[in-house]
Ligand binder design. Sequence first.
Ligand SMILES: [Zn+2]
Length: 226
Amino acid sequence: MGGVRRVILLLLILGSVAGAWLLPRLPEAWNPFAPIDLAGPTGPFTRHKLRGLAGDPAACFAALEAAGIAATPLPDASAGPDCPLRDTTRLPGPFDPARPLLTCPMAAAWSVYERQVLDPAAQAHFGTGIARVRHLGTLSCRNVRGGSRRSQHASANAIDLAGLRLDDGREVSVLRDWGRETAAGAFLRDARDGACRIFAAVLGPDRDAAHANHVHLDLGRWSACQ
Ligand SMILES: [Zn+2]
């Protein structure tokens, strides 16, 4: 056996031993093999784990329940041709319109987003919490704009965030406040940047005019942060 091979073998053995010792001691967010804790802090594997929930609805609904989110699985259905609704639920929370239909992984991702990004950003920029989340919908059986593949909205795997009402009554609007040098503008920038650590595709007004009044969030195969 050559010297280089020996060194590689030694490194592999050392790496395995260190990994076996280290992994069980890591917090969930830093352990790629631990089941996701939706109520815990985010880490380098959060986005990967959320996307992975798409293949494991039982684990997904269990994660929601463990985080205290009352989201009942709905029977599989169809929203039209090539628009399957699988592993969906109606997410409780202060939504306007209320109880949006979402896939379980999107419901899980939203819960993480609300706790780890939106609420802290509202506290940081306004010193208050969030009373209402305004959205433009989750389900729409259609293709992506100008494209031939189905939108993530076709299977309720996306939500369009339009704005928020704060606990003190103030309103934040993507259409009005995006890009401004105000507390609301800074809040929306943080909300977009934070979304990119959790969702797959994040498309706001920086993307194009079609997104002037909302930030699109989804958990599809394509990643974007705009
Ligand atoms: Zn959208």
